[in-house]
Design a protein around this ligand. Structure first.
Ligand code: ASN
Ligand code: ZN
Ligand code: CA
Length: 328
């Protein structure tokens, strides 16, 4: 194990764990289940690619002119995601078996997405093109790897209300990963993809999902018919309201609104407890077919388990769900 330094695209200069093999260093983190970062060499094949190596253990230059820079973000994102699940919930890797996934960067040409794949147990990032810069920001890395956690726990379907809960779970934990590593380059916020959107906007907002023109803030019986990236709005909005309450705030330099669907005022319990309630619901009570009303029950039960039936956290959980039009 060796301590490397990386000049990332989105997180500034960061420490990364590497491995000295012969005379060169590898992007191989032996301290977190053996996570390796590979160059996909602009191929879209299923091959693993080439393990990234470096002569002096100082990686990247903070710009896309170095192929190492996106790899620094990916390697760092995997490390922060590992540490988040371990430190917050004692979860040792995506499968909770102590074994790391691996990451690939520079997938395809001008590829405008990033994705988790259960079959290779691996994480893949495109370089982006007209819409996105390389899709390696912390919130996206945490989002994608959290799809792996969902697959190995509740295994929420990718359609109907469950699809929205699946996507919202990834936005919740992707955001928690971003907050865990918050620094001047990437202060935490409840926006998703704000570092990679070339037009300076974002992919999604948790405080006011409908601001993107397609996501929904409030649950109805029609929510289940939406693409999971839009039906996630209900779950994202719930999480924001539970964590931060209603009312306008500036967080990470960005405006967050947070308006309830029923006009109620809410006080947040903080993101750490809100995420703990969500994680317990995901890993204890949710199943592949959980609906939004069932998710309310799952989270109220989880809040009772964690904080007690008479706790303010339990009341806040119920009130926040009512605030996104999911009544008890
Ligand atoms: N980036 C997308 C997501 O995680 C990948 C996909 O199309 N599922 O939602
Ligand atoms: Zn997703
Ligand atoms: Ca963000």
């Amino acid at each position: 194990n060796a301590n490397g330094t990386g000049s990332s695209l989105y997180s500034g200069t960061v420490g990364i764990q590497t491995n000295l093999s012969g005379s060169s260093y590898q992007l191989y983190d032996t301290t977190r289940g053996g996570h390796r970062t590979y160059d996909a060499n602009n191929s879209t094949s299923t091959s693993t690619g080439t393990l990234m190596t470096d002569a002096d253990n100082a990686w990247g230059n903070g710009s896309t002119s170095s192929r190492q820079s996106a790899a620094v973000d990916a390697h760092y994102g995997a490390a922060v995601t590992w540490d988040f699940f371990k430190d917050a919930y004692g979860r040792s890797g995506i499968r909770n078996d102590g074994v790391a996934a691996y990451s690939r960067v520079h997938y395809g040409n001008s590829y405008e997405n990033a994705f988790w794949d259960d079959s290779c147990f691996c994480m893949t990032y495109g370089d982006g093109g007209t819409t996105f810069s390389p899709l390696t920001s912390l919130d996206v890395a945490g989002h994608e790897m959290s799809h792996g956690v969902t697959s190995h726990t509740a295994n929420l379907n990718y359609s109907g209300d469950a699809g929205g809960l699946n996507e919202a779970t990834s936005d919740v934990f992707g955001t928690m990963v971003e907050f865990k590593a918050a620094n001047a380059s990437d202060p935490g916020d409840y926006y998703i993809g704000e570092k990679i959107a070339k037009d300076g906007t974002y992919l999604r907002r948790m405080d006011n999902p409908s601001a993107d023109g397609a996501s929904v803030n409030c649950w109805t019986s029609a929510t289940r018919n939406l693409d999971p990236h839009y039906s996630s709005g209900v779950g994202n909005h719930l999480f924001y309201l539970l964590a931060e309450g209603a009312g306008t705030k500036t967080i990470g330099g960005r405006t967050h609104t947070g308006t309830t669907c029923n006009g109620s005022s809410l006080t947040g319990i903080g993101r750490t407890q809100a995420a703990a309630i969500w994680y317990r619901a995901l890993t204890t009570y949710m199943t592949s077919t959980t609906t939004y009303p069932q998710a309310r029950d799952a989270m109220v039960r989880s809040a009772k388990d964690l904080y007690g039936a008479a706790s303010s956290q339990c009341t806040a959980t119920a009130n926040a769900w009512s605030g996104v039009s999911v009544s008890g």
